[in-house]
Design a protein around this ligand. Structure first.
Ligand SMILES: Cc1cc2nc3c(=O)[nH]c(=O)nc-3n(C[C@H](O)[C@H](O)[C@H](O)COP(=O)(O)OP(=O)(O)OC[C@H]3O[C@@H](n4cnc5c(N)ncnc54)[C@H](O)[C@@H]3O)c2cc1C
Length: 395
């Protein structure tokens, strides 16, 4: 990100300060820029990073065109699911599984913001955020910046911290290494992505491969695990090499890009707001505990903040019943996974085998109907899930 002088002096009061220019910060900024209601608001965006690196690829499903449609790199209407228990090609119906590259996302939003006078950038580390009641102050090495609200997605300033080992709280790590591989020969079918291929060693815990072909000669292949601890570094590359040669039957390829990520999967409840400090993204608990997907939850959260601001609200911490139910289902699934009552490959196989893919996607989005929820619950063994649900309800 190109740093620009944040307005005339460090004493300037902004309407909004956005701390963190990642997925959540830039999604909120994009929505503020798109809406004429905010054209006179003074907005300061602060991030320590230049945001010039393609540090992640976002995949998510969406019904129709979204706010970031113009930078969707590839999309798939059908996805493959594979395991030793069930394999099938899933038609996503009205949904498309979409891929966006991090750098395209950062550049699109920041380039648009550069053209708008009331948006100011500061490339600096945030040191402190202090809510003084009448205003909130963000401190960096170059000074203090005051605002009506701070919209934060910097994990260090989350109002809730993850406390491993706390009773009733489950913590898994979703960790993955992805390689974008290029082949000389046309090998991939770019119309079909592999959402989950569990036909890999499950001894460490829930483990699957993910294959996202963007052309017949190029695909992102990602090795993903939901476990308590990370693997030795060399294990990720070995698993990718083995899968590419044994399962994809590719002998000659180049690794054009590599990404590694760790996403917390937890049932911990996150505070959405304290005073003038409003939380978003991972800092606001928008990473789904049972799947690690966050992109679309961040879109919903930032859209809800915009709606609230336009209505003159000062509280942005509302959760609807479906969100609360979704968090409960996540807790039950994490209970089962963490206590190893059933393997993840079996759970996902039964859910995908016995339900229409559209219902499963809606369930994972916390948007399914009560009837769909019941059907999904019936598709997993009640002797395992019912006691886990009762245990969680009693907490
Ligand atoms: C490699 C990877 C791949 C992922 N893939 C997917 C996916 O396919 N689908 C999906 O739904 N989710 C995915 N996720 C999960 C989630 O969508 C991302 O983590 C997402 O970026 C979270 O958004 P965020 O805004 O909360 O955090 P971030 O995007 O990480 O933004 C936080 C920002 O805060 C800045 N920052 C940190 N500390 C400071 C400081 N002290 N001062 C100033 N700035 C600071 C950082 O530079 C960063 O720009 C992925 C995560 C990773 C790590």
């Amino acid at each position: 990100m190109e740093a620009s002088q944040p307005h005339s002096s460090s004493k300037t009061r902004y309407d909004y300060i956005i701390t963190g220019a990642g997925c959540a910060g830039l999604s909120l900024l994009m929505r503020l820029m798109e809406d004429a209601f905010f054209k006179d608001k003074q907005i300061l965006l602060i991030d320590a990073s230049t945001k010039q690196i393609n540090d992640r690829t976002w995949c998510f499903w969406e019904n129709g065109a979204g706010l970031f449609e113009s930078i969707v790199k590839h999309s798939w209407a059908k996805v493959q699911f594979a395991s030793d228990h069930f394999s099938g090609l899933l038609d996503l119906g009205p949904y498309q599984y979409k891929m966006i590259e991090g750098l395209d996302f950062y550049q699109m939003v920041l380039n648009k913001a550069k053209l708008i006078d009331n948006i100011h950038f500061l490339q600096e580390r945030v040191l402190k955020i202090s809510d003084g009641g009448a205003a909130i102050t963000v401190s960096t090495a170059s000074g203090d910046f005051i605002a009506d609200f701070v919209f934060n997605s910097i994990p260090a300033f989350a109002s809730s911290k993850i406390i491993p080992g706390k009773k009733g709280q489950y913590h898994l790590l979703q960790h993955f290494k992805g390689w974008v591989i290029e082949t000389e020969e046309p090998i991939f079918d770019p119309s079909i992505a592999t959402l989950m291929d569990f036909q890999v060693d499950q001894s460490a815990g829930t483990t699957f491969m993910y294959v996202m072909p963007v052309s017949d000669k190029k695909a992102l292949v990602e090795y993903t695990l939901f476990t308590e601890t990370l693997l030795p570094e060399a294990a990720y590359g070995k698993a990718l090499r083995d899968y590419i040669s044994a399962k994809l039957k590719i002998k000659q390829y180049q690794v054009a890009h590599e990404e590694f990520g760790i996403i917390p999967m937890t049932n911990q409840s996150f505070s959405l707001q304290e005073g003038r400090l409003v939380q978003m993204g991972g800092a606001g608990g928008q990473i789904k505990g049972s799947s690690g997907y966050a992109f679309q939850f961040i879109q919903k959260r930032t859209a809800a903040i915009i709606t609230g601001l336009k209505k003159g609200h000062t509280y942005f911490n509302h959760k609807n019943l479906k969100q609360i139910m979704g968090e409960f289902y996540d807790t039950v699934l994490l209970n089962v996974l963490v206590k190893r009552k059933m393997n993840g490959d079996q759970i996902f196989s039964q859910i995908f085998e016995k339900n229409p893919p559209i219902s499963v996607l809606r369930f994972l989005d916390n948007e399914s109907s009560f009837v769909e929820d019941l059907k999904i619950m019936k598709s997993v063994p009640t002797r395992i899930f019912f006691p886990a649900a009762i245990q969680e309800l009693q907490r």
